[in-house]
Design a protein around this ligand. Structure first.
Ligand SMILES: CC(C)(COP(=O)(O)OP(=O)(O)OC[C@H]1O[C@@H](n2cnc3c(N)ncnc32)[C@H](O)[C@@H]1OP(=O)(O)O)[C@@H](O)C(=O)NCCC(=O)NCCS
Length: 149
């Protein structure tokens, strides 16, 4: 059993999540996008904190629409990777997605992001499509992955 606890992000966590975005993504989301992901219909944001009540070190944003869901964001602070934090976030996210009635989950990741592709593969996600030049930064392709929840 993982030592990490995934909990719902609070409004007071948004600043820190925006900092993590800048650390983890070439096209980072700002506070507004993060708030919209957490607060919109069917949306949810989960975080893992380093210590009880401490700063978030990883987060996952998802959105459920009818029987489908999308993982919008998943990232872990570089100093805290390979300790099972993203796995814990995804397990809890998938649990909530199932509870919300969705049966199929989609996400996109950069084709060059070997770490993320390997991570999702280890969960049973399958790559179903490629979107050419999807990312503005560098014009990289996106890979579309899916999972039956
Ligand atoms: C992808 C990411 C979220 C993984 O977070 P993490 O907390 O390090 O992942 P976990 O420790 O839960 O990894 C679980 C398993 O996934 C696989 N995995 C994770 N990162 C990997 C990597 N860089 N290379 C190869 N396999 C990897 C491994 O099988 C790992 O198990 P192991 O450590 O026992 O070998 C993290 O590297 C990250 O934030 N990257 C930048 C943002 C990003 O790319 N997000 C995903 C795109 S939406």
């Amino acid at each position: 059993m993982s030592r990490w606890r995934a909990e719902i992000a609070a409004a007071s966590d948004l600043e820190r999540l925006a900092d993590l975005e800048s650390l983890c993504f070439a096209e980072p989301w700002g506070r507004e996008s993060l708030a919209a992901a957490a607060g919109g219909a069917g949306g949810g944001s989960l975080i893992v904190r380093a210590t009880e009540g401490g700063e978030p070190i990883g987060y996952l944003c998802y959105r459920i629409a009818a029987d489908e869901a999308e993982i919008l964001r998943l990232a872990v602070h570089p100093d805290w990777r390979r300790r099972g934090i993203a796995a814990r976030l995804l397990e809890e996210g998938l649990r909530r997605i199932r509870a919300g009635g969705a049966r199929r989950v989609f996400l996109e990741t950069q084709s060059a992001n070997a770490g993320a592709r390997s991570f999702y593969r280890s969960f049973g996600f399958q790559e179903i499509a490629r979107r050419r030049g999807y990312y503005r930064a560098g014009g990289e392709d996106a890979v579309v992955l899916t999972f039956h929840a």
